[in-house]
Design a binder for this molecule. Structure first.
Ligand SMILES: [Zn+2]
Ligand SMILES: [Zn+2]
Ligand SMILES: [Zn+2]
Length: 346
């Protein structure tokens, strides 16, 4: 007996987190069901006088933005983390039942461009390279800050993902502890490194390249693929080809290559349903806890919620909330769809 991954219900293990996803390919024997709905494009002005991120405008805290001309970073006026929270642990009666820890941290907002109407897919490569260079300097600065163990750079795009403002921007949260997802990935990468003597993602990318069915796009520096264990219908994992831990190790060529592949992935997404694709994306870089992390491999995750059309999204409910995440369209079919919409170059 052989497990037919394109026909039989099965579960796949996420080798980065150890979590499982249930795959039900028999429910999508029909061909591609996606629908390109004609959603009227929302014309956005280059400058919006009511936007708190546009140059020269006043923010809710009363501060006025400078007339910035490329990227612009500021401390979040409504930060989820405070620098002065004491790093103290609470454990009522030492039973491990009521446990809490003080979590100091820094939250910043970073505008990609002064233009209110742009996105990563419509910005020029030179403009995106400036974004990557700002990520690099922000990462270096926050990684060096005392008591910061992890720097999370992430972008929420689209109202569906709860993005409150369409102005192209991301957030940077630097925390005293390593958050849940990266800490699981750290554990898996470390165990693999100790057992195999090689890097988990280096080996994984090599396997994916040899199977080729889940590859989406690539250039000299990076590869984009739908991971074997993808939970979201059109999830993409972006990995550096070279084994490195963070932006700190990027060459000038890799800055340009990452910019190109980011633009390519987002532009491909926008073609799936003919609308600006909502998503959460973010970089997973080596911890900044001041110890060495030879096991960590630089990567980014794209988690887009759309399933069948511009308006039909995937919900994580029922069995997914109580049991395990589930998908119908296989990662292989999703990758095939994305590949067919990928145009190389820009
Ligand atoms: Zn704006
Ligand atoms: Zn590696
Ligand atoms: Zn990750």
């Amino acid at each position: 007996m052989k497990l037919e991954l394109d026909q039989q219900s099965h579960r796949r293990r996420n080798s980065l987190t150890g979590e499982w996803v249930l795959v039900s390919p028999h429910r999508t024997q029909r061909p591609w069901q996606g629908a390109v709905e004609k959603v009227p494009p929302t014309e956005r002005p280059q400058y919006d006088p009511t936007c708190y991120l546009c140059p020269g405008n006043q923010r809710a805290g009363g501060v006025r933005n400078p007339q910035y001309t490329s990227t612009f970073v500021f401390e979040n006026d409504f930060a989820a983390l405070k620098k002065d929270s004491p790093r103290i642990r609470l454990d009522v009666e030492d039973k491990g039942l009521l446990v809490a820890e003080g979590e100091p941290g820094i939250c910043r907002v970073m505008c990609f461009s002064p233009r209110h109407d742009l996105t990563l897919s419509s910005m020029s490569l030179a403009e995106i390279e400036e974004v990557v260079r700002t990520w690099t300097s922000q990462f270096a600065e926050l990684a060096a800050a005392p008591g910061i163990s992890h720097v999370q750079i992430f972008e929420n795009r689209g109202e569906m993902m709860g993005a409150s403002n369409p102005h192209p921007h991301c957030q940077i949260w630097a925390t005293a502890s390593i958050p849940e997802q990266p800490v699981r990935e750290l554990d898996s990468q470390r165990k693999y490194f100790e057992k195999e003597g090689t890097c988990l993602l280096c080996d994984y990318v090599r396997l994916e390249q040899s199977q080729a069915t889940r590859m989406v796009c690539s250039n000299e520096g990076f590869v984009g693929l739908v991971p074997f264990w993808a939970v979201w219908p059109f999830e993409v994992l972006l990995c550096s080809r070279r084994h490195m831990g963070s932006f700190a190790e990027f060459s000038a060529a890799e800055v340009a290559q990452l910019s190109a592949i980011l633009k390519q992935v987002v532009a491909t997404y926008d073609r799936v349903f003919g609308v600006p694709f909502p998503y959460s994306m973010g970089f997973h870089q080596s911890p900044t806890d001041k110890s060495q992390h030879p096991e960590w491999h630089f990567h980014a995750h794209f988690y887009p919620p759309l399933l069948r059309s511009a308006t039909v999204r995937k919900f994580m409910v029922g069995f997914e909330m109580l049991g395990t995440p589930q998908r119908d369209i296989t990662p292989e079919l999703a990758a095939q769809k994305l590949r067919s919409l990928t145009e190389t170059g820009s």
